[in-house]
Design a protein around this ligand. Structure first.
Ligand code: NAD
Length: 435
């Protein structure tokens, strides 16, 4: 058992803290967002993540998990501090490291002696070294810091499962002692550990996300060609995916990737390459393709109707993917903004992401309490997130509720054979249009 502090109680920090407590460590999670900590102290999760709240309750009750806004208190007598603060993008696409270096200053102020700092946040190559330097230089009392780059690979919506069943844990450090401590902390997860130097660990994270984003943009390009040559992207992707050299994951055509990681991490890697005078042509194309793909449904609707002025549009799904309430860089936001420019009258619905969407879309759109309410009298429905609730929604309801049952499905939620049983006009990605 180790005494651990986690700085940043967002998707990564909270899940990491809760799971480390679950395997027996003594964990204090710190966040400078007072509301978040108050919610947690109340035993509630500030984010939607299946299974998380149950683990919060259990570990709080068993006194292995604490929450605070006070760094001094959280760092008292800890051996290891994890940094899991946000690293959003700057305007130029580079990673914003303000929160990271703020957290580093807090360590300098409140810790003395020896400490292992584990960087979970996604940070550009070379940042871990700067974090060590910053903490040591600003330390108020003598302090020896060992940094460990331990990038996070969890998927929102499956975060608990992924923490317990991940494919690998990457530990990058120049300190054998620190690397051994972090390996020992993670041992109960029983996941293969890869030891590297710090910079390789930092790069593994960016390269992994960039590769997955590339797979998505690749299949989306193939889907556009499929539409034009009369092939079916679902069959094509299946046929490709059965080749074990390719693999079937991340070959789902749709309206592009979103979320808090792929968009910012791909842009940051282009910047990282640029800083060493390398133009990452391939990744720049991946990003450009994705930006275009996110607007695909509006493009299709404009082609179908000529103008969208005054048309009632139901947006089904707002989260960037199912099982999360995260709408950061979601296709839904880009789509809604574009539809508003085209003069559409929009009603949105999502099972869990409504509150987060409201903070961005404000009163520009109507908010429905159910799928039925969103679809009522709509001229068209745009499916943006493949929630089970949407996939399982009876097709006859589209017929009954909508003024004109026309669906633009950005996630290929339905089989064409099923749609053919109904009087629905159906446009999807990389497949024939059904009328
Ligand atoms: P988040 O925005 O959900 O959470 C970050 C938290 O850090 C916020 O609650 C914020 O209040 C807090 N914070 C910022 N500065 C602080 C400070 N000095 N002291 C205490 N708290 C502070 O972010 P996230 O989605 O959890 O991502 C965190 C990092 O992990 C990012 O670098 C991200 O790229 C990376 N990552 C995220 C995911 C994901 O799926 N969300 C997956 C892998 C990696």
């Amino acid at each position: 058992m180790r005494k651990i502090a986690i700085v940043g109680t967002g998707y990564v920090g909270l899940v990491t803290g809760v799971c480390l407590a679950e395997i027996g460590h003594q964990v204090t999670c710190i966040d400078n967002n007072v509301d978040k900590i108050a919610t947690l102290l109340d035993g509630k999760s500030p984010i939607y993540e299946p299974g998380l709240e149950k683990l919060i309750h259990r570990n709080m009750a068993e006194k292995r998990l604490e929450f605070t806004t006070n760094h001094r208190e959280a760092f008292f007598k800890v051996e290891v501090i994890y940094l899991a603060v946000g690293t959003p993008q700057n305007r130029d696409g580079s990673a914003n490291l303000d929160c990271i270096f703020q957290a580093a200053r807090e360590i300098s102020e409140h810790v003395s002696g020896e400490i292992v700092v584990v960087v979970k946040s996604t940070v550009p190559v070379g940042t871990n070294d700067k974090i060590k330097q910053s903490i040591e230089e600003n330390a108020l009392s003598p302090l020896k810091v060992d940094v460990v780059s331990n990038p996070e690979f969890l998927r929102e919506g499956h975060a608990i499962y992924d923490t317990f069943h991940g494919d690998r844990i990457v530990i990058g450090s120049s300190s054998k002692r620190a690397a051994a401590i972090i390996a020992e902390i993670n041992e109960p997860f029983n996941i293969p550990i890869i030891h590297t130097d710090v910079r390789s660990a930092e790069m593994i994270k960016y390269a992994s996300n960039a590769f997955l984003a590339t797979k998505i943009s690749f299949i989306n390009e193939i889907s556009t060609i499929c539409e034009k040559v009369g092939a079916n992207i679902e069959d094509v992707a299946y046929g490709m995916g059965q080749d074990s050299r390719i693999g079937s994951q991340f070959l789902k055509a749709g309206i592009g990737y979103g979320g808090s990681c792929f968009p910012k991490d791909t842009k940051a890697l282009v910047q990282i390459a640029g800083n060493v005078k390398h133009t990452f042509d391939l990744l720049e194309s991946v990003i450009r393709i994705n930006n275009h793909q996110q607007l695909k449904l509006v493009e299709k609707a404009l082609l179908r109707f000529g103008s969208l002025k005054g048309m009632r549009v139901a947006i089904l799904g707002l989260a960037f993917k199912p099982n999360t309430d995260d709408v950061r860089e979601a296709a839904s936001i880009v789509l809604v903004e574009r539809l508003l420019e085209e003069g559409g009258r929009i009603t949105v619905y999502d099972p869990v992401a409504m509150d987060n969407a409201r903070k961005i879309l404000m009163n520009e759109v109507n908010y429905a309490d159910s799928l039925r309410e969103a679809l009522y009298q709509a001229d068209m429905a745009l499916i943006v997130t493949e929630w089970d609730e949407i996939k399982e929604f009876p097709l006859e309801e589209f017929e009954k509720l909508m003024a004109t049952p026309i669906i633009f499905d950005g996630r290929n939620c339905y089989r064409l054979e099923d749609i053919e049983q109904y009087a629905i006009e159906y446009h999807s990605i990389g497949r024939a249009m059904i009328k």
